[in-house]
Design a protein around this ligand. Structure first.
Ligand code: AMP
Length: 249
């Protein structure tokens, strides 16, 4: 069983992002980038499937600038067998990424595709769902457990007040949630080995996909700063302030 995993290069989750002064977007110049955390979980899950014998090959895909090769090398250091970069310097929105991944899936014919539930930069939470729709495959989003049983994937999802378990006929698409697994760290020997693994580069034109944005970002702003707190002498004053000033009770 071949597993295709989508990995996005995003601003490292430890970095405090800054909005550009003209409000047109986030400033990513000279900012540390990393693999989207949910995609690390997706890679880890695919590699575990391979280690358990359920998967035969793990192919990682990233869409974006040449620098995404770094993210793909990291994925291969974590255990992916080979990588594909869909190279474009154009701004990519989830529908465009889903179309690119659909074209690659038609070519690669994986039995399972794993994506993150959302990219921490745009927080869209759309690509996996759109991709499943374009492929007309069953999907299980926000997976916290994944087991392959013959021609089925059994996926548990955390829902309000409990767990939902779904059985999907393969080929299928799964998006990862935080509790699916704890990704491993890449070891130095594996980082070295990953440098020699195959990494193909294709373009949206070669895949026959129009990646023109469908949405226009009108503006972006940082959240308003929080005001300083005040000490209140007693509970009565606190209740009074909550009633009169904050008007929350
Ligand atoms: P989003 O819909 O943007 O929140 O992204 C959800 C998931 O889709 C991510 O966790 C990735 O697995 C995948 N994805 C989104 N954008 C890209 C990209 N440019 N390259 C590869 N995978 C992507």
């Amino acid at each position: 069983m071949k597993v295709l995993v989508a990995v996005k290069r995003v601003v490292d989750h430890n970095v405090k992002v800054r909005v550009k002064s003209d409000g047109s977007g986030v400033d990513v110049a000279n900012v540390k980038m990393a693999m989207n955390p949910f995609d690390e979980i997706a890679v880890e899950e695919a590699v575990r499937l391979k280690e358990s014998g359920a998967a035969s090959e793990v192919v990682v895909v990233s869409c974006g600038a040449m620098a995404c090769q770094e993210t793909l090398r990291t994925a291969m250091a974590l255990g992916a067998d080979r990588a594909i970069l869909v190279h474009t310097d154009a701004e990519l929105q989830p529908l465009a990424v889903a179309k690119l991944l659909k074209a690659l899936a038609d070519w690669e014919q994986p039995r399972l595709i794993i994506t993150g539930k959302q990219a921490i930069d745009d927080d869209c939470n759309q690509t996996g769902q759109m991709l499943a729709a374009l492929l007309d495959w069953p999907q299980a989003t926000f997976a916290s457990r994944l087991v392959i049983e013959g021609d089925q994937a059994c996926v548990s999802r955390e829902v309000d007040g409990g767990l939902e378990t779904l059985a999907l006929a393969l080929p299928a698409l799964v998006t990862t949630d935080l509790r699916l697994n704890e990704p491993r760290y890449a070891t130095l020997p594996n980082i070295m080995k990953a440098k020699k693994r195959p990494l193909d580069i294709v373009t949206p034109v070669e895949l026959g996909v129009d990646v023109a944005p469908r949405l226009k970002v009108l503006g972006m702003a940082e959240p308003a700063g929080r005001g300083a707190g005040v000490m209140v002498p007693d509970v009565a004053t606190l209740l009074d302030k909550l009633r009169q000033e904050a008007q929350v009770i």
